[in-house]
Write a protein that binds this ligand. Structure first.
Ligand SMILES: [Fe+2]
Length: 199
């Protein structure tokens, strides 16, 4: 199945029926942020970036879960031949390529855990993986926000983990890397970020 805006939106619409929730709004903002930033990067397609942002949490179609949504999303995309989107379904949670840096719970089988461990360690990340990692931290279900606001939002929900600060540092590093490419602040490309950050 070809990955287009239409097929991706349809996938999301179906998923919103099996597991409705604020994650649907969140992924739309992530997609928009990915698109806007990628449009300013020489080597990225804003269209591809939008689609990867939109699909990164598609594993939530299977219901409320923790890290299980990563592998559910991976399989969902692989079944449709969306290989890069499948990688991002897992990679977006691992800005550090080590399974132990996860902040969620591995509500998966031992086989699936070992698969993910290996996958994370061996995946070759490109700027699309990094872009979704960054934009996942920029979008609340209500709109764009300061990275640091999202960091606190996630930490309140998931708790403090030994890797929490290293994960924050990595995302800030990715932000700096993209800002060098786009020649401005990422926040200049996120409409409503000021208003939403101060909500
Ligand atoms: Fe997300």
């Amino acid at each position: 199945m070809e990955l287009t805006r239409q097929t991706a939106e349809q996938a999301l619409q179906e998923a919103s029926k099996t597991n409705p929730g604020p994650w649907i709004d969140h992924v739309h903002y992530v997609a928009q942020a990915c698109e806007n930033i990628a449009a300013r990067c020489k080597n990225l397609s804003s269209e591809q970036a939008y689609l990867y942002g939109l699909l990164h949490d598609i594993g939530r179609y299977a219901g409320v879960s923790s890290e299980k949504h990563l592998i559910d999303g991976y399989r969902y995309c692989m079944e449709r031949g969306w290989e890069k989107a499948a990688q991002i379904c897992i990679s977006h949670a691992f800005m550090i390529q080590d399974i132990n840096t996860s902040i969620g719970e591995f509500d998966v089988s031992v086989e699936d855990y070992l698969f993910m461990k290996d996958f994370v360690a061996n995946a070759v990340y490109d700027d699309y993986d990094r872009l979704v990692q960054l934009c996942d931290s920029l979008a609340l279900p209500t709109g764009f926000c300061l990275l640091e606001k999202r960091f606190v939002d996630v930490t309140i929900r998931y708790g403090v983990h030994p890797a929490t600060i290293d994960r924050w540092k990595k995302v800030l590093e990715i932000k700096a890397m993209f800002e060098k490419q786009i020649g401005c602040s990422i926040y200049d490309l996120l409409p409503g970020v000021v208003e939403n950050s101060f909500l």
